[in-house]
Design a protein around this ligand. Structure first.
Ligand SMILES: Cc1cc2nc3c(=O)[nH]c(=O)nc-3n(C[C@H](O)[C@H](O)[C@H](O)COP(=O)(O)OP(=O)(O)OC[C@H]3O[C@@H](n4cnc5c(N)ncnc54)[C@H](O)[C@@H]3O)c2cc1C
Length: 477
């Protein structure tokens, strides 16, 4: 049921059992799951029903470091959140993504994949995909992997009827949370502000911040600053270990197109085994090879003999149905680095909240993941005789920078309020509860301690369904 907050008198206090901020995949999944069980939920969304410049403008921010997308458009601020323009690629994290990688600092989750597996089916239903991901082991070192495609579900459309009609789900639009007041290890109340500047208060048994992978950090930093750091004692940890999935082309490939079992639909994804990653001291990476028919073998051989003699000889000596000219695109797991972070800038937005400054760089570890993984892929392709990979110059030559392709990263905003066993190393515990506070939770990919290579939304939805179970237990329903 939509509630018109413009009718609230000055000093109004709205009460709820659970109050959720943000109606993207994280917040909406949680709200729907709790409300379905009859729990009284208040869902507060900063934007309106549609995209509006005035609201979107509040997402402006600065990026310091590597070239990155304009923060104003790298996420969406209206009902349904960034699902309004996500592409729908879905895949769960691998089991080894949750484990510590001894070669890479700050890795490892306080939960294993077994904690999320029970929620895969439910999350797949929400995203309208199959919960089967039929990967194939091609060798002990290499898998052909699968992404399932959501239609893609637009959360604002999917749950609009429910938001209009369900009495125990109150939805307030055009209203942003701007502060939280601590009281004896709890959040006593939250302050919200309408686009028109009116302010009112919410009191709830539980609050859940689901404002997206940059805003969760930005807002917690700001709430803490406004309260002399009484919400989160370890203020410095908030916003740190922010991650993207960098993407870049690392090589060209000539493959045996007759291997229809591998390249059946013109495109195939590959990943190395977790064991091989640990041996090389690298993180997880996905290789996307989109094969295109190459017209003439003679021309191909001539080209290859000039630029890649060994590859040319392999082609000459083969009767294979060659497919060439394809690039190897890598989307990889960025190393968690405390220097990559969301911070508060000097300039404030129209609601008086400091705009975010995103510090983001690809690190030496990131380069190693991209290069060593591509080399390992090339070796596997040769050993299995699927094809031959010609590495781009920057892979071997450290003096060359990582090039910036048109698609430089994946619009995946992860980390910043990472899950950890202790408040020294993260913001939320294994249940997504802010370490120092009894009734404040965080939803979304900002809680990821590491990111695997899988697109994050399926995991976000799994985490929200798990959080719904946790809150049901605490609410004793
Ligand atoms: C172009 C693009 C393509 C993508 N493709 C994929 C893909 O193929 N696969 C995939 O898994 N992921 C993809 N993503 C990422 C995906 O969109 C996000 O992972 C997902 O939307 C995150 O969900 P969320 O609920 O955490 O945050 P969001 O969807 O960003 O929702 C946050 C919500 O919080 C609201 N909010 C913000 N501030 C406040 C406040 N102060 N008070 C109240 N509410 C607030 C916002 O208005 C918004 O509605 C893509 C993203 C983009 C931009």
């Amino acid at each position: 049921m939509f509630v018109d907050a413009s009718t609230f008198p000055a000093g109004h206090v709205e009460r709820a059992r659970v109050c959720i901020f943000g109606s993207g995949p994280a917040g909406m999944t949680l709200a729907h799951s709790l409300a379905e069980d009859g729990i009284d939920v208040l869902l507060v969304e900063a934007g309106g029903l549609e995209f509006e410049d005035e609201s979107q403008e509040l997402y402006q921010g600065t990026v310091i470091g590597d070239e990155y997308y304009d923060l104003e458009y790298a996420r969406l601020r209206y009902f349904g959140g960034t699902s309004g323009h996500w592409a729908g690629y879905c895949r769960p994290l691998d089991a080894h993504d949750f484990e510590e990688n001894p070669g890479v600092p700050h890795t490892g989750w306080p939960i294993g994949r077994d904690a999320l597996d029970p929620y895969l089916k439910g999350a797949a239903e929400v995203l309208e995909i199959s919960d089967e991901f039929p990967d194939r082991e091609l060798s002990p070192n290499l898998d052909r992997t699968t992404f399932n495609l959501s239609p893609p579900v637009r959360f604002g459309d999917k749950y609009l009827d429910e938001a209009e009609t369900r009495a125990n789900l109150r939805v307030v639009l055009n209203t942003a949370v701007t502060n939280m007041t601590p009281d004896a290890g709890r959040v006593r109340s939250a302050t919200v502000q309408t686009m028109g500047g009116e302010s009112w208060t919410i009191e709830a048994e539980y609050f859940v911040l689901c404002a997206g992978g940059i805003e969760n950090s930005r807002l917690l930093l700001w709430f803490n600053e406004q309260n002399d750091r009484q919400l989160i004692a370890n203020h410095d940890i908030i916003g740190r270990y922010w991650m993207e999935h960098p993407t870049v082309s690392t090589a060209e490939v000539a493959v045996d197109g007759a291997r229809e079992d591998i390249f059946d639909d013109g495109q195939a994804y590959f990943a190395l085994s977790g064991a091989l990653e640990k041996t090389h001291g690298v993180l997880n990476a996905s290789f996307d090879i989109d094969i295109q028919a190459y017209k003439g073998k003679k021309a191909l051989v001539a080209d290859l003999l000039c630029i890649a003699p060994k590859l040319g000889q392999w082609v000459m000596g083969t009767e294979k149905t060659l497919v060439c000219g394809s690039r190897v695109h890598v989307q990889w797991e960025q190393a968690p680095d405390p220097e990559n972070r969301v911070a508060l800038g000097e300039e404030k937005d129209a609601l008086g909240i400091p705009r975010p400054v995103l510090h983001w760089r690809k690190t030496t570890q990131d380069r190693r993941t991209a290069t060593a993984s591509t080399l390992a892929l090339a070796e596997e392709f040769a050993a299995l005789d699927f094809g031959r990979v010609r590495l781009f110059d920057w892979i071997d030559d450290e003096s060359l920078p990582i090039p910036v392709d048109n698609v430089m990263a994946s619009w995946h905003h992860m980390g910043g309020t990472r899950m950890s066993a202790s408040p020294e190393t993260g913001v939320v515990d294994a249940d997504l509860r802010v370490h120092d506070l009894d009734n404040l939770y965080v939803g979304g990919s900002s809680v990821f301690p590491t990111s695997g290579y899988a697109n994050p939304t399926l995991t976000i939805v799994q985490l929200s369904l798990r959080l719904a179970d946790h809150l049901r237990t605490r609410l004793a329903v």
